[in-house]
Write a protein that binds this ligand. Structure first.
Ligand SMILES: C[S@@+](CC[C@H](N)C(=O)[O-])C[C@H]1O[C@@H](n2cnc3c(N)ncnc32)[C@H](O)[C@@H]1O
Length: 320
């Protein structure tokens, strides 16, 4: 459920009710979606938690297990849902999703067409962006995936904002009834170039199309077709680098390789914090005013996601 208080406003102040979906948050990398039921019990390595203790508490509440260990009960926002949803297909992740929503210019009231629906990862963010008056029409030719996506949209409270239809978009194109109504179209298909002529028909004047493809050969073929009806064709690859930041105790100055303080900072005044890097590639910030052995370290996460795909954007050429 998106935390909607009335049909118009998004709110995180809403209290948890029987039947709600919440994200149970242990750590940033340990979360799971749980449907709240008045007789339900959640068990994890910290003990057990009765759902009845959760009902009536606001989203964001910290709740204790029988052993006094806590988890947070969070609203299933698109950002969190993308991290916990069940993967029935490859999905779009936060970096690509953010870029798509921004460059497709998706705002409240927009009509957005999407194919394929896949696991509904992107659809969830599109739905929030068009709410409360817009709509997302999502198409997938795989019947079971469409059924699961509808169930998920029901659970997350966005079913009034997204319509899922079973349709072969590469073979049949988008339905005529949506012709000229779309502010934007998003394609995540194996042969997106086959759907481009139909996407052009669906778009309003100045409408924007985006196609996501993992391989550059798919991008080339799509761009060749885009050139007949679209302008401003641009392709991006979005790479996200996440940093691990840790406070650590360091035995001596022996492990410290380089120092960038007074002597090598161009004669600038020495700062209270010393910035150095150690042999493990961590950038180290040492606070001179407290214990000299306590340091804050930062380095890029080792399991950071690399290439996901290319995002090609294009704007429908106006005839007038
Ligand atoms: C990679 S998934 C989409 C993932 C989605 N963007 C997400 O974020 O969850 C691609 C989807 O396209 C669907 N698909 C493939 N060919 C199709 C076609 N011709 N028409 C409609 N859907 C198609 C597949 O069934 C699959 O579910």
């Amino acid at each position: 459920m998106l935390p909607t208080e009335s049909k118009k406003a998004l709110s995180f102040k809403r209290c948890i009710e029987d039947g709600d979906l919440v994200i149970v948050y242990e750590r940033h990398d340990v979360m799971k979606p749980v449907k709240v039921t008045k007789d339900g019990v959640l068990q994890n390595r910290f003990g057990f938690y009765r759902h009845s203790d959760w009902i009536g508490k606001p989203l964001g509440t910290k709740v204790l297990s029988n052993k006094g260990k806590f988890v947070y009960l969070l609203a299933p926002t698109p950002e969190l849902w993308t991290l916990v949803l069940s993967h029935r297909t490859q999905i779009l992740y936060i970096a690509d999703i953010s870029f798509v929503v921004m460059y497709l210019e998706v705002v409240p009231g927009c009509v957005v067409l999407e194919s394929g629906t896949g696991s509904g990862s992107l659809s969830t963010s599109l739905a929030r962006a068009v709410a409360p008056t817009g709509h997302v029409y999502s198409f997938d030719f795989h019947e079971q995936r469409a059924v699961c996506a509808r169930e998920d949209f029901e659970k997350t409270g966005i079913s009034s904002l997204v319509t899922v239809e079973v349709r072969d978009i590469q073979g049949q194109g988008f339905p005529e009834k949506l012709s000229g109504l779309a502010d934007s179209v998003f394609l995540d298909l194996p042969q997106p170039w086959l759907a481009v002529p139909s996407a052009a028909k669906m778009l309003k004047e100045d409408g924007v199309l985006c196609s996501f493809s993992p391989c550059i050969e798919q991008v080339q073929r799509t761009c060749e077709v885009l050139r007949s009806d679209f302008i401003e064709i641009r392709t991006f690859e979005v790479l996200l680098r996440t940093y691990e930041v840790k406070e650590m105790k360091v035995e001596t100055g022996a492990m410290i390789g380089e120092s960038h303080d007074e002597e090598d900072n161009g004669g600038q005044r020495p700062s209270k914090r010393k910035h150095i890097s150690n042999d493990d590639g961590y950038a180290v910030s040492q606070d001179n005013s407290s214990s000299p052995t306590s340091v804050v370290m930062a380095r890029p996460c080792s399991e950071a996601r690399g290439h996901t795909g290319y995002l090609t954007f294009a704007r429908l050429q106006c005839l007038s």
